[in-house]
Write a protein that binds this ligand. Structure first.
Ligand code: HEM
Length: 199
């Protein structure tokens, strides 16, 4: 307890910041550092990275409706021959085009090969939140998760469904914007955004 108080007091004394502000800035710096590092590659890794990036240009492969969590793990980027996959609410997306984010060494590599619903809803990097279990989340946390889902639906191709995961959750999610639901459905069904209707 004494050490904890001394460290927290030291942070405020030396930086003039509250411990919360200090650690938030530290986390932001870590993410930016990882992003910048991801932009550069060692000469020896160049061929491997080029090969891995080639997946971004390939047609995504559909895995079907009964993918297990264990099968999904194999797509975490450790095998450069495989695409990078990530799931939200049981829906699996091919995120290979964002290898910079989700590939090995990337700031969000921990999400690859997983259903990261809980971590995204809570904006958490804690390994215990790397799960598709969204029980007990508040309405605002579910809204955060919903926004992530819309982003993924728009940006990535859905390539499968985790077995046992609840389907059609969109209809049940709390949201104040009905248009967003229509838009998300349209993206899922057609793979494109709805064009604005002419007046
Ligand atoms: C700590 C401060 C953070 C900073 C400075 C930061 C910064 C960024 C930046 C610059 C991007 C790229 C945006 C784009 O080009 O679309 C990004 C993407 C992303 N961030 Fe963060 N982030 C932070 C925290 C978090 C947290 C806490 C989470 C979730 C636990 C998170 C999850 C993501 C994900 C999943 C993407 C990629 C989305 C995609 O695939 O397009 N970030 N972040």
């Amino acid at each position: 307890m004494g050490l904890y108080t001394t460290v927290m007091g030291g942070i405020t004394e030396y930086t003039g910041l509250s411990p919360a502000a200090f650690f938030t800035i530290l986390a932001m710096m870590a993410v930016v550092y990882k992003l910048v590092c991801g932009m550069f590659v060692a000469a020896g890794d160049y061929v491997a990275v080029k090969k891995a990036n080639a997946y971004a240009l390939r047609e995504p492969v559909q895995l079907g409706e009964n993918v297990t969590e264990e099968q999904l793990r194999a797509y975490d980027g450790s095998d450069p021959e495989k695409p990078l996959l990530m799931a939200i609410k049981g829906r699996i997306y091919d995120v290979s085009r964002s290898r910079m984010f989700y590939g090995p060494g990337g700031p969000y590599a921990l999400f690859a090969g997983r259903d990261a619903s809980r971590a995204l809803a809570l904006m958490s990097f804690d390994p215990k939140d790397l799960t598709g279990n969204i029980e007990g989340l508040s309405a605002s946390e579910l809204d955060v998760l919903q926004d992530w889902e819309y982003k993924f639906m728009e940006k990535y191709v859905k390539v499968g469904q985790l077995v046992g995961a609840e389907r059609n959750q969109i209809e049940t999610e709390p949201t104040e914007n009905g248009d967003k639901i229509q838009e998300a459905k349209h993206i899922e069904e057609n793979g494109t955004q709805q064009l604005p209707t002419s007046e």
